[in-house]
Ligand binder design. Structure first.
Ligand code: CU
Length: 107
């Protein structure tokens, strides 16, 4: 009887350990660096746009950067919306690309 109790205890312990290991494996799988990085959306206030050509100029400039998914400049409300991949570019590079074209990003 004592032997049976010990046997049950040992098997329960094994079950708990294997469940724990499984949970850990799953956690590791979701945090591997090889997973694609999600795109980030950014909306800037941009001064200096007066017409469609300004919008196109900004869009062209930003699109020349790597990792840009979307650029939408709007001279009517002076905004530029950018969707980018943070593993390939960053807000500093995007700001620089806009300023290089002669427009000012309001911080
Ligand atoms: Cu213009």
């Amino acid at each position: 009887m004592l032997k049976l109790k010990r046997y049950i205890k040992t098997s329960l312990l094994l079950v708990v350990i294997s469940l724990f290991t499984l949970a850990c494996d799953q956690k590791n799988a979701t945090t591997t660096p090889k997973q694609p990085v999600a795109d980030v959306e950014l909306v800037y206030s941009v001064e200096g746009m007066t017409c469609d050509h300004c919008e196109m100029s900004i869009q062209k400039g930003v699109n020349e950067l790597e990792g840009i998914a979307e650029v939408e400049a709007n001279h009517e409300d002076s905004t530029t919306r950018i969707v980018y991949n943070p593993s390939k570019t960053n807000p500093e590079k995007i700001t620089a690309a806009i300023e290089k074209r002669g427009y000012h990003v309001v911080k």
